[in-house]
Write a new protein. Structure first.
Length: 371
């Protein structure tokens, strides 16, 4: 009878060595595994210790939390009374207070319809129905809820839209519509048809060659000069079209990178199965390409979400714009920092959520390469 030998510390019935587990081992492997890393770790600790206590004192310990006016801000810390007083405007802009329930109702509908999509136990057919509802029916519901004019709802003109609500309208519209348009442009740029390929190349390079601020300026100021006033669409609609076209050009290049990364053998395998071009793209090529470029797609989404702040230059007040507008109120001068902090936290929450979900998708779909 032979006895199987195992390397030291790797016997299946023995616990791992003490020097390979625990907090000290993690610190050694991740933060002190070299001279440079050790220096950077110590420097980071120094910065945190230096900046964190004053920040906590300003934001929490010495901050003012209660009150209804500037007179309530008597301490040396932040005046969160400013955020409390302007909270509705920061979230909804100048939307009528008696109609804010319409916006909140749309949020509830979206959350209730989207939650089942994140659980694997929900049947696929139900997910498809919910996805179709969110993509087709939900925008129509939102239009009647936000703008009104039907079902007895008061009309609320888009210049009164603002705050986080306007940021979400622009960002979600751009994200949802720029992805399919970007996919079509990427496929068109790789097409063998000269006319389609040339059109897609010109479209992509044109929109990538101009800054978004120029697009917004042209859509808001210059476009109405070239068409009769009766034919000029709403300012917000012009902005949405400009943002979607601008973002789709960048999305097309991200998707094209994924298509180029697919091995030629995948195309040949699809042809060998007798699949035509649309079926091979939908069933084989695009799913693999999109999985490979999830980080790039989400990076474009995050950039688009942050670029919504540029609408301030054309008179639309998003979350950041409302924070700046509130800080210029004569009764609240001197509280710009609190408004910027609130806006920064709001943008961070949404951008970090998108980033975290993309990492979750990468793990679920196993987009990484195995060694």
């Amino acid at each position: 009878m032979t006895t199987q030998k195992y390397p030291v510390g790797q016997h299946p019935n023995l616990p791992p060595p003490n020097n390979t587990v625990g907090v000290l081992f993690w610190l050694k492997e991740n933060m002190f595994n070299g001279v440079l890393n050790s220096i950077l770790t110590l420097f980071s600790f120094y910065v945190i210790i230096t900046l964190l206590p004053p920040l906590l004192k300003w934001a929490i310990i010495y901050a003012d939390w209660t009150g209804d006016s500037k007179d309530a801000c008597t301490k040396d810390g932040a005046c969160w009374v400013f955020i409390r007083v302007w909270f509705d405007q920061l979230l909804y802009g100048r939307y009528p207070s008696d109609s804010i329930w319409r916006i909140n109702l749309s949020y509830v509908i979206a959350i209730v319809a989207a939650i089942p999509l994140f659980f694997s136990a929900v049947p696929k057919k139900i997910k498809l129905v919910l996805a179709a509802f969110l993509l087709v029916v939900y925008p129509i519901i939102c239009f009647y809820l936000y703008y009104g004019g039907g079902f007895g709802l008061e009309v609320v003109e888009t210049p009164r839209w603002g705050g986080l609500f306007l940021t979400l309208v622009i960002a979600v519209s751009g994200i949802v519509l720029s992805l399919p348009l970007g996919i079509l442009l990427a496929l068109g740029r790789r097409s063998n048809m000269p006319v389609i390929k040339s059109f897609c190349v010109v479209f992509i390079e044109f929109w990538r060659g101009i800054p978004l601020i120029t697009v917004l300026f042209m859509a808001s100021v210059m476009f109405p000069l070239f068409v009769p006033e009766s034919l000029s669409p709403d300012k917000l609609l012009r902005v949405l079209v400009g943002v979607i076209l601008f973002s789709s050009a960048y999305m097309a290049e991200v998707v094209r990178g994924g298509l180029q990364a697919i091995p030629k053998g995948q195309y040949e395998a699809a042809a060998a199965l007798g699949l035509n071009y649309p079926k091979s793209m939908i069933l084989i090529i695009l799913p693999q390409a999109l999985k490979m470029v999830i980080p790039g797609i989400v990076n474009t989404f995050i950039g688009l979400f942050k670029d919504t702040t540029l609408v301030l230059i054309i008179g639309l007040f998003d979350l950041l714009g409302m924070a700046q507008l509130a800080a210029t109120n004569p009764n609240w001068l001197g509280f710009t920092v609190e408004g910027y902090v609130f806006a920064a936290v709001g943008f961070f929450v949404f951008c970090f959520s998108m980033s975290s979900y993309s990492q979750h998708l990468e793990r679920v779909l196993n987009t990484g390469h195995r060694n």
